[in-house]
Ligand binder design. Structure first.
Ligand code: GMT
Length: 383
């Protein structure tokens, strides 16, 4: 199959899932074309089946905001025609699903039908999508896609609850590539970060408010009083400065390390004892799944798709959003009991294996085939 993929080429979860999916499809013999404004970070090796088309717009003094949507739609029309793509898969509804619809309409004027699959990732529905500034276009473009997937049951339900959706949404959970995410021996890292054998807690995110990193730091503050420990904060974003100030205020600067954006997160996860994800909203929690694949149990909030990933009392614990006392209590309980910690590590790995790339990827292939067959037959979304 020849597949076009549109995504954000950033460290955000949707871009990561899109890139890993494209690379996995290429390994299985499909021809995959990424179409976006920058090469996605994980798309960093040559592969005979992988192609990248950069979207470039024209700068013009009139434009305060360069019209990316128009440039992307034009690029899509060009790539679909020239590369003769069978299907276009867009990740993150805003603006990609609407732009795909525009490209589809343009192609139709030339008698070319382009089936479009939209994958909903989370904030495109729960935070940004529900905003009145975007909602009508989000609902319209979901309804006009030939296929729509959501990364968790919870996200599917939220979409149906909030938007006037007239179509089916298929849940295909996110996945993890065990070729990369597995516990590896990084003892020298561990010695450098925790020289006296302290426990290592880890949080990874793009440092936005929704991640509630202050809760992670406050949970750590409580844990640290009872268990010798260190906290690694990985990633970067708008909340970084506030979080640095909070650590100074709590006098935790020697115990908390800000590592910024890291490519080889699996190496750091491999030295972790607990992963913290206290988010206010989380459609799936890919970073938690990647931690579990590296045998790290998860302390998370009980929100969105997290209960589909982190099993309470088995792979970690779930607490209500903002309940840092409960999160700290659960963390201390696991960290103080080496046997329990090992049991949770084993459970985390077993649960992560249910989301193995090789098990999830065929669901996308089947869905593409189904969408191509039904949409070419019925020409859904043509009106
Ligand atoms: O919020 C992020 O971390 C980035 C965001 C994105 O779309 O880039 O992540 C969302 O999609 C991820 C991949 O499907 C999910 O694992 C995250 O749970 C989801 N984030 C939220 O719902 C807040």
């Amino acid at each position: 199959m020849k597949i076009g993929i549109v995504c954000y080429p950033t460290y955000g979860g949707s871009g990561v899932v899109a890139t890993e999916l494209g690379m996995g499809l290429a390994d299985r013999g499909h021809e995959v074309h990424f179409i976006t404004y920058r090469r996605p970070p994980r798309l960093n090796h040559f592969h005979e089946n992988l192609f990248f088309h950069e979207v470039t717009g024209e700068d013009y003094p009139l434009f305060e905001y360069p019209p990316y949507d128009t440039a992307l739609a034009s690029k899509l029309v060009d790539v679909v025609k020239f590369e003769d793509l069978d299907i276009l898969h867009v990740h993150y509804a805003i603006p990609h699903a609407a732009v795909a619809y525009m490209a589809k309409k343009i192609l139709l004027t030339e008698g070319r039908y382009l089936p479009v699959v939209t994958t909903l990732h989370g904030t495109d529905i729960t935070l940004v999508g529900m905003n009145k500034a975007f909602a009508p276009v989000v609902a319209f473009s979901i309804n006009k896609s030939d296929g729509v997937t959501a990364v968790s049951e919870s996200l599917k339900q939220q979409t149906l609850d909030y938007f006037p959706i007239e179509r089916d949404i298929k849940v295909i959970h996110n996945f993890v590539d065990f070729k990369r995410f597995k516990k590896i021996d990084k003892d020298h890292f561990k010695k450098a970060i925790a020289p006296d054998g302290e426990r290592i807690l880890i949080h990874i995110s793009n440092f936005r408010k929704v991640k509630r990193i202050d809760d992670a730091i406050r949970v750590f503050e409580r844990v640290h009083k009872e268990v010798p420990s260190k906290l690694l904060l990985i990633g970067d974003g708008p909340e970084r400065r506030n979080m640095e100030e909070l650590c100074r205020k709590l006098d935790l600067c020697h115990e908390v390390r800000f590592l910024g954006k890291q490519d080889a997160v699996e190496e750091l996860l491999s030295i972790g004892d607990l992963f913290l994800m206290p988010s206010a909203s989380e459609s799936f929690g890919l970073a938690a799944l990647e931690a579990m694949a590296c045998e790290v149990p998860v302390i998370s909030s009980n929100i969105g798709g997290l209960p589909e990933v982190n099993i309470h009392g088995e792979t970690g614990f779930l607490s209500e959003v903002g309940d840092i006392e409960d999160m700290a209590r659960n963390a201390i309980r696991i960290l103080k009991d080496p046997q329990l910690l090992q049991q949770f590590r084993d459970n985390a790995l077993a649960q992560a294996k249910r989301f193995d790339l090789s098990a999830i990827l065929p669901h996308y292939e089947e869905y593409y085939e189904q969408v191509i067959a039904t949409s070419l037959y019925s020409k859904t979304g043509i009106d």
